[in-house]
Ligand binder design. Structure first.
Ligand code: BES
Ligand code: MN
Ligand code: ZN
Length: 518
């Protein structure tokens, strides 16, 4: 785990492997951002000109490494691009103040720099800081960028060709912050709690499905809950059968590893509101009898990313001691084909009592979520939010970096959107066109688990809505796109599991605790 400190040390005397400064893309070339003054002095005020000579522009994601001049103890200066000078000055004046840089620009730059410093021990970040939020954003970005998953890269047993990569940046010092300032200290504590749990969610997503079945996931959740004073309850197959959880059981029926429903209850004595978070936890989605073709199942270990996000956010909320009650529900099952698997044509009797004709066993997420939604509704929380890698259709609609928000309440959908934006997560509100409901009419059961192909993400949301308790505010986050990054890393986002949804859920709990929601 990466350590983080606030430092008042002068850049010149600082002992570190590297000093990170920010450079923005000005109208006439790269412009140093506030925070870089002392480093620039060591370059006789010529750092911007030097960067331009090197071909740097200050564009987002750009990294330039320079050997330090004699005035600096740290041997390396890393200039990270911040993107266009904020405000795009028409008058050509490129001077900026720290307040011009948004939290997300800082988060992204810090993450890019931390990734570029993989293998280094310690780096000092001299980026623009206007307030405590900026301190938190830099800390968050750097800690999320300093992530690697190499638990399965073998180094032991005399393996000479060890494929383990370099270790992530081990120590981060944020310069220009105030180590004794209460707000600055709180921002760092928050960043540590959120990013450590978010990185743990990434680990869970990246863990191969032969090592993370529903039972193993439940064990990880149980151990963490105990450590953080969260009440935990695990329903195994026997308990699920007794309770009538036909959706979760139906999806898990084909697997040798039985399903689980995990309930995590965090409570605070001063809480006035109760949130329920529900995560889709398909530890592997083969499609079941409606088997996915080759090319579509290699990354399906990521199908528990919703449950990982819910788990991580509940633990983070507990670590932050927020004054809100949060119940996390992890709907865990492995979707496999076998002689005992649910068939297309089978009818499941769900926890709510509704019957579902399973037309496609690959539309399994909505089945496990339906049971969890109905169960969570019994406690009449103030709001329910489910998080799921639910549909390929949502990826087609919104791409790989944005999650969709559906809700049964327009105001709640808008406030989730706002919350996501505040947290630095890209999201977009999606509609629930009523005419799509009839596509799920079944001649045999109350509803089918599939409808029209067009608008598949919206159809899935309409299905889920049927299992939300009467009068309960509900939102659904379809994170199928952003949950798993198959492309190159960018900003603070690594390859593989991303931790999508965690920051939005934590922020929602914070806003709720502060009385911002209803
Ligand atoms: N887990 C998938 C959705 C998914 C696809 C997530 C790609 C991440 C990447 C889900 O269970 C699924 O298979 N959905 C089907 C539903 C269809 C059969 C109605 C889909 O989207 O094709
Ligand atoms: Mn599926
Ligand atoms: Zn799935």
């Amino acid at each position: 785990m990466t350590a983080l400190t606030l430092s008042t040390a002068a850049a010149s005397g600082l002992r570190a492997d590297a000093i990170v400064v920010g450079v923005a893309k000005g109208t006439k070339g790269p412009v140093l951002a506030p925070g870089a003054e002392a480093v620039d002095q060591a370059f006789d005020g010529k750092l911007a000109a030097l960067l331009e000579t090197l071909g740097a522009s200050g564009g987002e994601g750009e990294v330039s490494k320079l050997p330090s001049p004699t005035g600096l103890k740290a041997p390396l200066v890393l200039a990270v691009g911040l993107g266009a000078v904020p405000g795009a000055p028409a008058d050509g004046d490129d001077t900026t103040t720290a307040a011009d840089y948004t939290d997300e620009v800082l988060r992204t730059a810090a993450g890019t720099a931390a990734r570029a410093l993989t293998g280094a021990k310690k780096a000092a970040f001299a980026l623009p800081i206007a307030d405590a939020e900026a301190v938190g954003a830099i800390a968050e970005g750097a800690l999320l960028g300093a992530y690697a998953f190499d638990a399965y890269k073998e180094t032991g047993r005399g393996n000479k060709n060890a494929s383990k990569g370099k270790a992530p940046l081990a120590e981060i010092a944020v310069l220009g912050a105030k180590p004794r300032d209460k707000a600055h200290k709180a921002a760092v504590a928050r960043a540590l709690a959120v990013t450590e749990e978010l990185n743990r969610a990434r680990d869970l997503v990246n863990t191969p499905p032969n090592d993370l079945d529903p039972e193993a996931f439940a064990a990880v959740a149980t151990a963490a809950a105990k450590e953080h004073g969260i009440k935990v309850q695990v329903l195994d197959e026997k308990a699920l059968t007794k309770g009538g959880y036909g959706g979760i059981l139906g999806v898990g029926a084909g697997s040798a590893a039985g399903p689980r429903l995990v309930k995590l209850s965090y409570t605070h004595p001063d809480a006035e509101k109760h949130l329920a978070y529900i995560g889709k936890g398909i530890t592997y989605d083969s499609g079941g009898i409606s088997l996915k073709p080759a090319g579509h199942n290699e990354t399906m270990k990521c199908d528990m990313a919703g449950a990982a996000a819910v788990f991580a956010s509940v633990v983070a909320v507990a670590r932050l001691g927020l004054a809100v009650n949060v119940t996390g529900w992890l709907a865990l099952a492995e979707n496999m084909p076998s002689g005992s698997a649910t068939r297309p044509g089978d009818v499941l009797r769900m926890y709510s009592g509704k019957t579902v004709e399973v037309l496609n066993t690959d539309a399994e997420g909505r089945l496990v979520l339906a049971d969890a939604l109905a169960k969570a509704s019994e406690e009449e929380p103030d709001a329910i939010v489910d998080v799921a890698t639910l549909t390929g259709a949502m990826m087609v609609a919104l791409g790989n970096r944005t999650f969709g928000i559906n809700a049964n309440d327009d105001a709640f959908r808008a406030s989730i959107h706002e919350t996501a934006e505040e947290a630095g997560e890209a999201a977009w509100p999606m509609p629930m066109p009523e005419h799509l409901r009839k596509g799920m009419d079944s001649p045999t059961a109350d509803i089918a688990n599939m409808g029209e192909r067009m608008g598949g993400g919206l159809v899935a949301a309409l299905f889920l809505r049927e299992f939300v308790g009467e009068g309960i505010t509900w939102a659904h986050l379809d994170i199928a796109g952003p949950a798993f990054n198959e492309g190159a890393p960018f900003g603070y986002t690594p390859k593989g599991g991303t931790g999508s949804g965690v920051r939005t859920l934590v922020r929602l709990a914070e806003r709720t605790a502060a009385g911002d929601l209803g």
